[in-house]
Ligand binder design. Structure first.
Ligand code: ZN
Length: 94
């Protein structure tokens, strides 16, 4: 299973705060299907497209990600944290 996501951020006082995230979940059976088409193999995880908005965007995304990937909680968290740190969630790369 793969999770693709993209964040949009607001910027206040030089700090970027995520306020929109669109995430797509795909498995090897549906990675070629339009995102709105259901997948018999992974439909138990719910819709394949999720949109998170507002001040709790990052928390809501992480809650969903960890619930969607319960067997990979540590890896998912580490991956997102590493990505968040490397891009500073601000668009600034390090
Ligand atoms: Zn699938």
């Amino acid at each position: 299973m793969y999770i693709y996501f993209d964040f949009e951020c607001t910027q206040l006082n030089g700090i970027h705060v995520p306020n929109l995230c669109v995430a797509h979940r795909v498995c090897q059976c549906c990675d070629h299907l339009p995102i709105n088409e259901p997948c018999k193999r992974c439909e138990a995880f719910g819709p394949r497209r999720h949109v998170f908005q507002g001040p709790k965007t990052l928390k809501d995304f992480m809650d969903w990600l960890l619930a969607t990937t319960p067997n990979a909680q540590g890896q998912a968290s580490a991956m997102v944290n590493k990505d968040a740190i490397s891009r500073d969630m601000t668009g600034n790369s390090y």
